[in-house]
Design a protein. Sequence first.
Length: 88
Amino acid sequence: MCTSKAKKEDIRLAITYTAGCVAFVAGIGLSVWGFVKPPEGEISGSVLTFAAEALTFFGAIFGISGYTAIKMRQIDSEVERKRNEINV
């Protein structure tokens, strides 16, 4: 049962990271495309807005995922420590 939970967590993390990377690449790609399409050198406000939102999404995913992973490890180690105290 624990393996199934770990496998689901791995799948969820893979989907999360994939979505973040796709948003990052899309934001950068649209920024470059907006810069080279006519009129050259002028980026549309909507392209800049999307790029900013994509990069913010990317940062939020990796920031929240990293924070929750650290906290979950801390909680797991605390639970394990408490179990060991009870079993001794």
